[in-house]
Design a protein around this ligand. Structure first.
Ligand code: GLV
Ligand code: MN
Ligand code: MN
Length: 412
């Protein structure tokens, strides 16, 4: 056994770092609220950069706010082997979603630093901006710009519910960098993440070797009825936008169940106008998220969704605008990167299985322009996008060891 094959990360340091970032934008119930490009996001980014600089990494930030912390290799002409994820969270976010992937990459580099190991290719830790898509839709927007899937002007112009644009917020928090997003090559990208689903826990496997991600489509839906008095408008003549919306929500649920076991469908965001208890709602906005690992099935779900919206709105004498704001086809990861993860897992002796990601990840964007794969570790009850999200320190450490050795394999 050579020296590098014996390297192991420091699980306690990884855990402590995750907990320290988790304290920034603390949630009410043990999680975090660090929405993209808020002051809390800036504070998390600043701490991450400080840690990277402590181990001699150089920092570059691109004009989508993506951060690349670089550790030079022996041959710096080579494209870097990059690992990371995101630091932004959902409004009721956990401490691990995204954060784990960033800090696992940092821990891998800390381990190399303290053991004085230099790789052939340079290594970089990446923090992608606005992965969650909770404040600015769609999700994974900055990795999407990196991969050429979104125009930068489109991304900068995305606005939150208060009308603040992503571009202005990047400038406000000081993370509109000089590097042109997409100009820096990535030799390969690895992303470690909690699974966010129940499969690894149920199968009692410590590592998920992720071979791809499912497709998803996001819609903004507006249902237009008529405001009218709640006491004096007879039931038959009403044009109640909320009643029609309720039927659509239930239809989304039925649609996903019809395409089970792999399809999912969610309405997660809604606003009701004028939102007054004694006025029949005249207008409702809501989001729809449908997903499936198979592209043709997802397309069929999308067709069925639209035609069923049409019949529901006709029945309720209301109007509708259904705007598909995002279409993400399913992706397959790179064979060599998958092998690097699988080989490292086997060499380290961890139990594992191959899987497709149900959640979206920046890796699912970047894989279109660079060889990519992911490493999953279990999370308790499969729960994520919930402040109670939790994972075992031992599993996080195992995933980080896999990441370290997959990075070493790819970087030489
Ligand atoms: C990202 O968290 C997503 O899968 O929606
Ligand atoms: Mn995530
Ligand atoms: Mn998430």
């Amino acid at each position: 056994m050579n020296k590098t094959s014996q390297l192991r990360v420091n699980g306690q340091r990884l855990w402590d770092s995750i907990m320290a970032i988790g304290e920034i934008g603390p949630g009410q119930h043990g999680g975090s609220c660090r929405l993209a490009l808020t002051d809390e996001d800036r504070e998390g980014r600043d701490l991450f950069i400080q840690w990277c600089e402590q181990i001699g990494c150089s920092i570059r930030v691109d004009d989508m706010g993506n951060i690349f912390a670089r550790r030079d290799g022996r041959n710096n002409e080579l494209a870097p082997i990059v690992a990371g994820s995101h630091l932004d969270t959902q409004p009721h976010g956990g401490k691990f979603d995204g954060i784990y992937g960033v800090l696992a990459a940092l821990e891998a580099i800390r381990t190399l630093h303290e053991n004085d190991v230099t790789t052939e290719a340079p290594l970089e830790v990446v923090v992608w901006t606005n992965e969650e898509g909770s404040r600015f839709a769609p999700a994974m927007i900055a990795s999407g710009v990196y991969a050429g899937l979104f125009e930068k002007d489109y991304a900068w112009a995305r606005s939150d519910s208060d009308g603040n644009t992503l571009g202005d917020e990047l400038k406000r928090i000081g993370y509109m960098g000089d590097l042109v997003c997409g100009d820096n090559p990535i030799g390969a990208l690895l992303e470690a993440h909690i699974e966010q689903g129940p499969i690894l826990e149920a199968d009692q496997h410590q590592i998920g070797v992720v071979v791809g991600g499912q497709g998803q489509r996001w819609y903004d839906v507006i249902i237009k009825g008529q405001d009218s008095h709640a006491g004096s408008t007879p039931m038959p003549g009403r044009r109640d936008a909320l009643v029609a919306s309720a039927e659509i929500i239930s239809m989304v649920q039925t649609l996903a169940l019809e395409f089970s076991p792999y399809a999912v469908g969610t309405v997660g965001e809604m606003s009701v106008m004028p939102n007054s208890r004694n006025t029949i709602p005249g207008e409702v906005f809501f989001s729809v998220d449908i997903r499936n690992p198979d592209e043709d099935t997802l397309a069929e779900m999308a067709l069925r969704f639209r035609s069923q919206v049409d019949s529901i709105v006709a029945k309720h004498a209301v109007g509708s605008v259904v705007d598909e704001i995002w279409e993400k086809p399913p992706v397959k990861f790179d064979r060599d990167c998958i092998a690097a993860v699988a080989d490292a897992t086997v060499a380290l002796g961890y139990s594992h299985q191959e899987m497709v990601s149900g959640a979206g990840h920046d890796a699912c964007q970047v894989c279109l322009v660079a060889p990519t794969s992911m490493i999953f570790v279990p999370c308790a009850g499969g729960l994520s996008h919930n402040e109670q999200e939790s994972a075992e320190a031992e599993d996080l450490e195992a995933g980080c060891n896999v990441l370290l050795h997959a990075m070493l394999k790819l970087a030489g």
